[in-house]
Write a protein that binds this ligand. Structure first.
Ligand SMILES: Cc1cc2nc3c(=O)[nH]c(=O)nc-3n(C[C@H](O)[C@H](O)[C@H](O)COP(=O)(O)OP(=O)(O)OC[C@H]3O[C@@H](n4cnc5c(N)ncnc54)[C@H](O)[C@@H]3O)c2cc1C
Length: 601
């Protein structure tokens, strides 16, 4: 970790975790859990507050070692309404390492399953610097999701679009950490809570009470826990509004990576899905023999680089955990394609959206497959077998073989119409995740500025194994007895026929990066495949509503395997009305309405 966000955790003589940076204790090992329960869980009237709720949203300022969150997960698992979901957004500016958190949480064996689950997805595995930004984690066995915002508290509250039912104001004491207990932070918290929401905190400091009151909260001192005489229970002005009815049944059109990721994420949210596929799973662009899972590299810590970094972290963690058998290898070399890439890569390597060690520069002579090249190593990127990923994400959900040609709103909800004239009805929402098939749907082809880009890849045997996946404008991925390489980019072309001319272009591209290898395999035989990417003019994906109850998840361009899982979750969260998995600004960037003709919004 860099000096700028290291809490400098150490264990004092009594074993209690302390922060050298803030000069304060995290909690005592004797009664830390009891205090967490008394101050925060009981202080927010849990579990009574979530009785009868299908979704409950908790905001926490000060994640610390994760003790409050592990405790609330344990209580939720025991008392949650059947089929309900807990959505947590917790903010931490100074994350402790998984090792230290594990040591601190080990004091409470009753929390072990929850602590272990948190530690398994902990953003900072070693003492290295963690990635800044949103870390989306899922705990489906208990119906819990956690977005850990590793960032400044003001930036995090501004980026998060949720509104909380309950808030834990934790963090080091106001005297030692005044930045967190400031009036503008209380105003942001008020903005991010629902009317009637409950807040709890351990401190009764005058500036905290006055600040919360000024922000519209009613504050009450209550008897404290242990050595602390008092604590605060706080209620946000306004009435608790009855929860809106949650969509239950969705139609998803298309069984590529977008559709299969939707099925997977919907399962975790307790949503029922009918998956429609005209041909077979992976029949479209998602069906190549191998694919890279790499982020687009944008210089500058901005919303676009955050999108790709967050999605990349979520997808790689998901594939590692759920389908390790799909992972063919790890670590991708991306060569400099233009002289400008030298300084661009130098900037990107230092960007806070990636964890220390995720990226590193390499010089000519360091990579055996491409000895002449220098560039950036994406050390945690993967190359995968798509068919296995689609199969695991889809699970036991069989697709319904049908070509969807239209949709209509009826009194019984949305219905989809098929090319054979049959109708499937009773949906609360429809999601078009049909890749290139979107261009056959007149409503969308005519209105939204989406662009087809044809691509062809080749598979060939080779006597000299490729060591690692490499990209240079083209790319090559090792396979069992050869490699896959490509790919062509042909705009406004929807043909999926295999073309000799495209193979020649792919070989030319390979020859620029790996001349000896290209010469050796030039005679083939080749196994080639062509399919269609969906692109947008700003090269960003398309996620969101196009009508009330009708949504798009498309425009994944050349990064479907990086983007689809997080975007699928973000879209489903939008559909059921819970906080997005994406920062607000990123979500807005992806709104389909940006692709409508001007004046049509
Ligand atoms: C040559 C090439 C190489 C690529 N390499 C990579 C890579 O290495 N890594 C990476 O991340 N991305 C890569 N991409 C991009 C990636 O393949 C896409 O971003 C991704 O596959 C898009 O997924 P999708 O689910 O949106 O669409 P698709 O995979 O195309 O799936 C759409 C599905 O919808 C079905 N469908 C269409 N219309 C209808 C309808 N009306 N009714 C019912 N079903 C319908 C289709 O049959 C299809 O199965 C590559 C793309 C190409 C072309």
């Amino acid at each position: 970790m860099t000096a700028s966000n290291d809490p400098e955790l150490y264990f004092a003589e009594d074993g209690a975790p302390r922060s050298g940076r803030f000069g304060d204790i995290y909690y005592s090992l004797q009664d830390g859990l009891s205090e967490s329960r008394a101050v925060f869980l009981a202080g927010c009237h849990m579990p009574d507050v979530w009785a009868g709720r299908s979704d409950f949203t908790l905001l926490e300022l000060g994640f610390g070692t994760g003790l409050n969150i592990a405790a609330v997960m344990a209580l939720w698992a025991e008392t949650r309404p059947t089929g309900s979901h807990l959505h947590i957004f917790s903010i931490e500016g100074f994350l402790v390492s998984a090792t230290n958190a594990g040591k601190a949480l080990a004091a409470w064996p009753e929390l072990t399953p929850f602590a272990d689950a948190l530690l398994a997805q902990w953003p900072q595995k070693s003492e290295k610097r963690a990635r800044r930004g949103f870390h989306y984690m899922d705990f489906p066995e208990w119906g819990v999701s956690l977005t850990l915002g590793l960032m400044d508290v003001r930036a995090a509250l501004t980026a998060w679009e949720g509104r909380a039912d309950a808030v834990f104001l934790d963090g080091f004491s106001p005297a030692l950490n005044p930045d967190m207990w400031a009036d503008d932070v209380f105003a942001l918290v008020a903005d991010r809570t629902k009317g009637g929401a409950r807040l709890a905190t351990f401190t009764v400091a005058g500036l905290v009470r006055r600040g919360l009151q000024a922000a519209g909260f009613t504050v009450e001192k209550r008897p404290g826990f242990g050595r602390k005489r008092e604590r605060l229970e706080v209620v946000r002005a306004g009435k608790t509004s009855p929860a809106a009815s949650r969509p239950k049944k969705l139609a998803v059109v298309g069984a590529g990576i977008a559709g299969c990721a939707l099925v997977h994420e919907a399962r975790h949210l307790g949503l029922e899905v009918d998956l429609f596929e005209v041909e077979s799973v992976g029949a479209g662009a998602s069906g190549n023999a191998a694919a890279l899972v790499t982020p687009r590299l944008d210089a500058g810590d901005n919303d676009i680089s955050a999108l790709f970094a967050d999605a990349f972290a979520y997808a790689t963690a998901l594939y590692r955990q759920l389908c390790p058998q799909a992972i063919l290898g790890e670590g991708v070399w991306q060569c400099e394609a233009t002289p400008k890439d030298v300084s661009r890569f130098e900037r990107i390597v230092r960007q806070s959206g990636f964890a220390e060690g995720d990226l590193s520069l390499f010089a000519a002579g360091e990579v055996a497959d491409i000895p002449q090249a220098s560039g950036i190593g994406l050390n945690t990127a993967l190359w995968v077998r798509p068919v296995d990923i689609l199969s695991v994400l889809r699970g036991s959900k069989n697709s319904i073989q049908a070509c969807i040609t239209g949709h209509k709103l009826t009194e019984a909800g949305w219905q989809v119409e098929t090319s054979s004239g049959s109708v499937h009805a009773g949906y609360d929402a429809i999601i078009f995740a049909c890749g290139d098939g979107i261009f056959d749907l007149a409503d969308y082809r005519a209105r939204y500025d989406l662009r087809p880009v044809r691509g062809q890849v080749e598979i060939v045997s080779d006597t000299v194994p490729l060591q690692s996946a490499t990209s240079w404008g083209g790319y090559a991925i090792p396979l069992a007895d050869g490699f896959l390489f490509g790919a062509t980019h042909e705009r406004e072309d929807r043909g999926v026929d295999v073309r000799e001319a495209d193979r020649a272009r792919n070989l030319d591209s390979l020859a620029r990066a790996m001349p000896e290898r290209a010469a050796r395999v030039a005679a083939g035989p080749f196994h080639s495949r062509a399919s269609i990417r969906v692109m947008t003019r700003d090269y960003l994906p398309v996620v969101g509503a196009v009508d009330e109850g009708v949504y798009l998840l498309t425009g994944l361009g050349a990064r479907g395997f990086c983007l689809a899982p997080l975007l699928a979750r973000a879209l489903l969260n939008q559909i059921i009305g819970v906080p997005s998995a994406l920062p607000r600004a990123v979500k807005n960037l992806l709104d389909p309405r940006r692709l409508l003709p001007r004046g049509d919004v």
